[in-house]
Write a protein that binds this ligand. Structure first.
Ligand SMILES: [Zn+2]
Length: 271
């Protein structure tokens, strides 16, 4: 699998705190490299150079510090946006999680996306997503435009890092696509089960359905964001750049649904 490298310079104002963090990462790296973790790189020009290992284990063990604002060249940015087939290494991460034992979707119909995105403070993060091969190029192109425009996206991690628990992933405001699961409150397979749907900043753009006269909100901690007239970060609105890009690429938006509202959700019917 591709080795992912990133060089980051320590910011002077938070040098001590970050130095401690990086020391922890370095120690963790020493422990993990023999087990086949992603490799590291250290060349970074003048100033202290540090290494960030990219692995779910490291990320869950220590919350990454802010990275420098985008100091990468265009070529370096381009190299961070790519699509690959589902390698054995990636399959090991999703097997029994989003790719459940009863999954009927052949691996050959899925793709792994690697991308960059910027959070609300403009900090650059690496993202990973698995979706259908049928929409992979659309989704990568959309994320590239969102990145270039600085449209805020907080997290793009494999839902498997949340044990494929969509509620946990949404509650953490994590964007995701493929997850072999049913539509909430039904036995019908979701378009996420086919990797044909993408959820964007789901905490701030919840799924709202009225059942027995009562509103049900997913994720449960998104109730403050059901007021779509209110102003808050990461709010996806009809006509904004994210909405425009998805619809231009042929997706429909859950915010237009009548029986419920799914403000985070875009899906594409491909057949
Ligand atoms: Zn969705």
């Amino acid at each position: 699998m591709t080795v992912i490298r990133r060089n980051v310079k320590l910011r002077r104002t938070r040098r001590m705190g970050k130095a401690l963090w990086f020391a922890a990462v370095f120690l963790a790296a020493l422990l993990m490299l023999p087990s086949g973790c992603y490799a590291a790189d250290t060349s970074a020009g003048p100033g202290p150079a540090v290494t960030i290992l990219w692995s779910p284990e490291i990320r869950s063990a220590a919350k990454a510090p802010e990275t420098e604002r985008n100091t990468m060249t265009e070529t370096e940015v381009d190299a961070m946006f790519y699509i690959s087939e589902i390698s054995d290494e990636i399959f090991a991460r999703i097997k029994g999680r989003s790719y459940k034992d009863n999954c009927t979707v052949p691996l050959s119909e899925l793709r792994y996306l690697h991308l960059l995105h910027k959070d609300i403070d403009g900090v650059v993060h690496e993202g990973e997503m698995i979706c259908s091969a049928k929409i992979a190029e659309d989704v990568l192109a959309i994320f590239r435009e969102l990145y270039d425009a600085g449209y805020p996206i907080e997290k793009v991690r494999l839902v498997d890092e949340y044990d494929a628990d969509d509620e946990r992933s949404m509650a953490d405001n994590n964007c995701s696509s493929f997850n072999f699961r049913t539509v909430s409150y039904t036995t019908k397979l979701s378009n996420h089960a086919l990797g044909l749907a993408v959820d964007i900043n789901p905490l701030y753009n919840p799924y709202i359905k009225t059942l027995n006269g009562k509103p049900h909100v997913e994720p449960a901690n998104a109730v403050p964001y059901t007021d779509r007239a209110a102003d808050f970060p990461y709010k996806l609105t009809e006509g904004d750049l994210c909405y425009r890009l998805f619809t231009e690429h042929g997706f429909t938006w859950g915010g237009h649904w009548q029986s419920c509202k799914d403000y985070q959700h875009f899906e594409k019917v491909t057949d």
